[in-house]
Design a protein around this ligand. Structure first.
Ligand code: SF4
Ligand code: MG
Length: 337
């Protein structure tokens, strides 16, 4: 079956007064129909820029797609569509959930009206049917009294409820693709769990494919089938949940697994942050971008950027340790799995 989304060698830069920031430096991956894919990595690794580029939400200027293609549903190369064509696809076939619901909610408009707007414009629904659908969506995301809730304004909802309104808004047009960028970071743990459960349930019901962007590996384990690990604007490892949690091969992934709290680990287990910080993307390093922070770095790591090596099936990592002539390094035992 054809994937819903095929990203090939995507490069995105930002032109600034200080020079060009190479935020995304040749990213390739695919998303299957009905699949939940997680993109993980520290902040500034290019995961949000990648997602926003897929939705063409990067302002140009300063953002520029330098190279690559994004094939959506086998027919459109998103990088080549006009703003007008893109607006249509976005309203009809894509939805986005942000960390801050107010990014997509209009504070001066009743939430029901906000949901019906897109349905009327992109789905050609009449006002009445659209309002029915808005009420149905609010009830689907777990809101009681949706008939009166549609008349309320965003500020009349709690943080968790606003998140639900945003999910209802994003899913009202039954998008084929839903992108959730740090969807629960601002919420407390109980509400986080509810929202994740809700997104999972809705994706199963509507068979939407989801890209979830997060630094929280607990969410990844709970929601996704496959994971992409990004570092300094590149994909450094990709694989299924099991492959990444139990058989990861990239030292950066090892660092992430150690440094990020997980819902399935007890709170007193020690978290070890990765020492150092990601490289400056004004002038990315010549070799492996992780070399300056990597305890296993070798001479070649400073000279040449490693290609992806296939580990098995769909599992691959970009690290010189996977070269047949590299010294054998075992995956550290303390990251368990
Ligand atoms: Fe570390 Fe070298 Fe692998 Fe980069 S290529 S992660 S520096 S061992
Ligand atoms: Mg981000």
């Amino acid at each position: 079956d054809q994937p819903l989304l095929e990203v090939k060698d995507l490069k995105v830069s930002f032109q600034t007064y200080a020079g060009e920031v190479q935020a995304v430096r040749g990213v390739s991956f695919h998303l299957n129909k009905g699949e939940v894919l997680a993109i993980v990595g520290e902040s500034g690794c290019g995961k949000s820029v990648t997602a926003q580029t897929i939705m063409r939400l990067i302002p140009n200027p300063p953002g520029v797609i330098k190279d690559g293609s994004i094939l959506f549903n086998g027919e459109h190369d998103i990088t080549k569509l006009s703003d007008k064509q893109m607006e249509k696809i976005r309203g009809k076939e894509m939805g986005m959930i942000f960390q801050d619901p107010m990014t997509s909610l209009n504070p001066t408009m009743q939430v029901g009206k906000q949901i019906t707007e897109g349905l009327i414009k992109h789905q050609g629904m009449n006002k009445e049917d659209a309002m029915k659908r808005a009420i149905e969506m609010l009830s689907l995301v777990g809101m009681s009294n949706p008939e009166s809730r549609v008349k309320q304004y965003p500020h009349e909802f709690s943080g968790g409820m606003r998140q639900r309104v945003m999910i209802a808004l994003a899913l009202a047009c039954t998008p084929k693709l839903l992108i959730a960028d740090e969807p629960t970071t601002a919420l407390d743990v109980t509400i986080q769990a509810q929202i994740i459960k809700l997104m999972k349930k809705l994706s199963e019901q509507t068979s939407a494919s989801i890209i979830v962007i997060t630094h929280d590996l607990g969410i990844v384990a709970d929601m996704a089938q496959r994971v992409i690990v990004m570092y300094a604007g590149k994909v450094v490892e990709q694989g299924t949940i099991d492959e990444i949690f139990y058989n990861s091969r990239h030292p950066y992934t090892w660092g992430l697994l150690r440094s990020v709290p997980r819902l399935d680990k007890s709170a007193d287990e020690e978290l070890v942050p990765i020492p150092g910080s990601p490289p400056d993307l004004f002038a990315p390093p010549v070799g492996c971008a992780f070399a300056a922070r990597c305890p296993y770095a070798m001479g070649i790591c400073m000279e040449k950027d490693p290609e992806h090596t296939l580990v098995s099936g769909q599992h691959s990592a970009a690290c010189w340790l996977l070269h047949p002539d590299a010294p054998k390094v075992a995956r550290p035992a303390d990251i368990g799995g």
